[in-house]
Design a protein around this ligand. Structure first.
Ligand code: ADP
Ligand code: MG
Length: 253
């Protein structure tokens, strides 16, 4: 079975699948078999190298991609596929925070604010700091805050870095918005990533637990990672250095 796993691959795919120690970066065009490399690499790790499927984490961007990857894995390694952790960044982080969010003051029963909840909270926040949504549309502020969080600027850093008048407006709303989230034991989608990173940074024992558990980390569609996602992948694989990422070349990596 292990032979047939690499037999169907072309030479460079085979090399990527069989390189199992240390970091691997694969850049290749759409439809060239990058996801195939990830699934076959997992099958090779489990079937040939005898790595436990529990020790493998594969991260995708959408639930659809995660389900597709799991289906492809089931075809390759059957029942063992269910013991591989295949998750979106957000789902992975959400489970980390359920267990360890308490270290940063987040109750395990925290609520995830979706975009609409987010806009409701922003409306309240803007009222509180007297920013007129007719002058400063909520969606614009929503994306500015999202951009800040995905580049790891919490409200304090954002306030010191902001330069324009608009940044100052956003900073005010951002502060009030964060208070509303925290009063409701809530997080938004960007917080899932950022707060998980903060837990890992501030709780070495929690990080170590995940680093030990996931000896191999793989990221599909790596060109889509934002800064915090990249930092998460890096920190998770920080002790094993077994990080394999695949992505399209047409976008900056
Ligand atoms: N060496 C190969 N042999 C057979 N089929 C391949 C090979 N490489 C890629 N494919 C097929 O090409 C299609 C695209 O592969 P996929 O892994 O989804 O590409 P990507 O992730 O790069 O967009 C899939 O149907 C896959 O099975
Ligand atoms: Mg793909």
């Amino acid at each position: 079975m292990s032979n047939s796993i690499v037999q169907q691959l072309n030479p460079s795919q085979r090399r990527a699948v069989q390189t199992v120690d240390g970091p691997v970066l694969i850049i290749a065009g759409p439809g060239s078999g990058k996801t195939m490399v990830i699934t076959h690499r997992i099958a090779y790790l489990v079937g040939t190298i005898q790595i436990s499927p529990f020790q493998i984490l594969a991260v995708t961007f959408t639930n659809k991609a995660a389900n597709e990857m799991r289906d492809r894995l089931v075809n390759l390694i059957r029942g063992k596929a269910h013991n591989v952790t295949v998750k979106t960044f957000h789902a992975f982080c959400s489970s980390v925070l359920r267990q360890h969010g308490k270290h940063i003051g987040l109750g395990s029963d925290y609520t995830i604010f979706d975009s609409e909840d987010q806009r409701d909270a922003l409306k309240m926040a803007m009222e509180e700091v007297e920013v007129d949504p007719k002058r400063y549309p909520i969606r614009g502020i929503q994306s500015a805050i999202s951009r800040a969080k995905s580049t790891m600027l919490d409200v304090h850093i954002f306030k010191t870095k902001g330069q324009s008048f608009y940044d100052e407006i956003v900073g005010r709303v951002y502060g009030s918005y964060e208070r509303i989230l925290s009063a409701n034991n809530g997080v938004d989608f960007d917080d899932l990533l950022l707060k998980t990173f903060i837990v890992f940074k501030s709780q070495p024992s929690v990080l170590e637990q995940y680093q030990k558990r996931f000896f191999h980390v793989m990221v599909d569609e790596f060109q889509d990672t934002n800064i915090v996602q990249y930092q998460l992948a890096k920190i998770l694989s920080g002790s094993s250095r077994n990080l394999c990422v695949v992505g399209d070349p047409d976008q900056a990596i």
